[in-house]
Design a protein around this ligand. Structure first.
Ligand code: ADP
Length: 567
């Protein structure tokens, strides 16, 4: 139903919805207020889903995750200035993560903003967004809305995906436009992310580099998961026998239990590999910039990447393969097969021995007595739940909770793990969980450290309001990193201390969900099993030993040496 007046006119609000729907956008995540409230109302009237959040940060984060999961831009909606700035953080993070997202914010009129005349929530949002987004577009006339939305969809999705800001002044939204002219201005983008094939000589060069290696290793990153390259990834591994390492969000692209996965022998694999094939993974801090001693200093790199400016960003790339992963692997694997490239048996055996030794250590940690409950006791329960129902989405954040959980919990299906990503940022948990539930309809476990949960905890109300099948499990050790910090110079709590007695479970009950307070693995198991069976909003406050955990989790080395005495 299009809201039109008698003289066959429509307005900017309607054209925005027309243009989004013409490009397959079915859901918006946002926080309403002046001047976008009617846009959200109209979205509902016109058959779109609108999910209202309590803060623009998690709303934007949800849109980013929706983009990652579906390959179509996730759309977030905010009000002007402060609402926009809150949403901008998630737009920036989406861009850094290479997720397609569109942030739509209402704004003030250009002539007021440009003369700094002081408007309600005045801000030059268009220019503020530019440095943090892949692109920003501002729509000053209703007849340009169709073009602007199409451009946003194209820019967010094509090449290296990222975040696009779309600035919609109140005047553009309310402006009247001839309905026929408006309809003609809206169009569907053809093939939003066209295939990009690598050149034949680039493929031949890559085959030569890989064939010359004695110890090849494949690293799959979240770019491969985003590209839905699971079939091609499996064919590459199975055709060549080359061991692979998944980055955290690429876990499940090929099941973690696959025999060629060397996740449990990560350090050895990186240190020894003489040819490293990067598939949708950047050699950034998460891979120690490809530097020794983490990497073999003589390693040669092959990189499959859609953005050619990424090559050589940290190490010389001997064989750049510019193109989209599905197309590149579609040519590379047959070429490797034709050349008879097979991973050396001794190399595979060396890694398998290490992997089995580490797996045995992990099994011992999971079986050790867990009184009081610690990370391994709690995470073993989550591992069991995902093993039992692999089509459960796992969202994870926190320092130790994230780091230890990554090693303990196997993921069996692609894109089923969403975590803190390229920035390693906290506060993404609730937004990611909501998007995973909304976009897939599957159960979601949001595994949270107590500190990480706090950044977006109010969205438990959103989860309850929409009755989403999300179980939030908070490993509560009463602190940032750990809960036993002491301030020896006053009565205030130490900077890292939070409230160990906090009853996070009551947040769920406050909003009509279910809450559990548990202190042992057996109780956690019982609560998680019941919550997943019920499929209703639940928060489990799982109290663990406050002395456990290390400062900054596995990133202790990133802390600068302190000049301030800590004792
Ligand atoms: P991780 O953090 O898992 O290592 P990154 O986010 O660092 O992964 O890397 C993902 C890379 O994948 C980015 O450089 C991005 O440009 C690239 N990428 C995203 N989509 C595609 C695609 N369809 N084809 C090729 N490369 C892609």
């Amino acid at each position: 139903m299009t809201l039109q007046n008698e003289s066959a006119q429509t307005n900017g609000f309607n054209v925005v919805i027309d243009a989004l729907q013409a490009n397959g956008v079915e859901t918006m995540y946002g926080v309403v207020g002046i001047p976008v409230t009617d846009l959200a109302r109209l979205a509902q009237v016109r058959g779109m889903r609108y999910l209202g959040f309590r803060h623009e940060g998690p709303a934007g984060t949800a849109a980013a995750a929706a983009g990652y999961l579906t390959g179509k831009p996730g759309v977030a909606l905010t009000v002007s200035a402060p609402g926009f700035l809150n949403g901008l953080v998630s737009l920036a993070a989406a861009t850094v993560n290479c997720f397609p997202m569109i942030l739509i914010s209402g704004s003030s009129e250009r002539e007021i903003v440009d003369l700094s005349r002081g408007d309600y929530e005045e801000l030059d949002q268009y220019n503020a967004a530019k440095p943090y987004a892949k692109a920003a577009y501002r729509v000053d006339r209703p007849e340009d809305i169709g073009l602007a939305v199409a451009r946003a969809v194209r820019t967010a999705t094509s090449g290296r995906p990222g975040g696009v800001y779309l600035d919609l002044p109140a005047k553009t939204l309310s402006a009247l436009i001839d309905a026929e002219k408006a309809a003609a201005s809206v169009f569907t983008v053809t093939d939003p992310a066209p295939a990009q094939l690598p050149a034949d000589d680039a493929v031949a060069r890559a085959v030569d580099v890989i064939a010359a290696g004695k110890k090849p290793l494949i690293i799959f990153g979240k770019g491969a998961a985003y590209a839905k390259a699971e079939q091609e990834a499996l064919e590459l591994v199975e055709a060549t026998g080359i061991p692979f390492l998944p980055m955290s969000m690429a876990k499940g692209l090929i099941p973690d239990t696959h025999e060629a996965s060397v996740a449990a022998a990560r350090s050895l694999a990186l240190k020894e590999a003489d040819v490293v094939i990067l598939v949708g993974a950047r050699l950034n801090w998460l891979l120690s910039h490809g530097e020794a001693p983490h990497f073999n200093p003589d390693a040669r790199f092959v990189q499959v990447e859609i953005d050619a400016t990424e090559f050589d960003s940290n190490q010389p790339v001997a064989a750049p393969l510019a193109g989209d992963i599905v197309s590149v692997l579609g040519k590379l694997t047959p070429a490797l097969r034709a050349a008879g490239v097979q991973a050396d048996g001794d190399w595979r055996a060396e890694l398998a021995t290490k992997r089995e030794a580490n797996a045995a250590k992990m099994a011992a940690s999971l079986q050790a007595p867990h009184t009081p409950m610690g990370y391994f006791g709690a995470l073993g329960v989550l591992k069991k739940a995902i093993d039992a129902e692999p089509d459960t989405y796992l969202v994870s954040e926190g320092a130790n909770t994230l780091d230890i959980g990554r090693n303990v919990i196997d993921i069996h299906l692609p894109r089923h793990r969403l975590d803190t990503g390229t920035w390693g940022v906290m506060g993404v948990g609730m937004g990611y969980a909501i998007a995973a539930a909304v976009e897939t309809g599957r159960p979601v476990i949001a595994l949270e450290g107590d500190s990480a949960f706090g950044f977006s905890g109010m969205e438990v109300e959103t989860i309850c309001r929409y009755r989403l099948p999300i179980v939030v499990v908070i490993l509560n050790n009463g602190g940032v990193y750990k809960g036993d910090g002491v301030n020896t110079h006053g009565s205030d709590p130490a900077p890292t201390v939070l409230d160990l007695q906090a009853r996070y479970d009551m947040l769920a009950t406050a909003f009509g969900g279910t809450g559990y307070h548990v202190t042992t693995p057996a109780e956690l198991d019982e609560a998680l099993t019941a919550a997943l069976a019920a499929g209703t909003p639940t928060v489990i406050n799982a109290v663990i030993d406050p002395t456990l955990g290390t400062e900054s989790g596995h990133l202790t080395n990133l802390n600068p040496a302190t000049a301030i005495p800590t004792k």
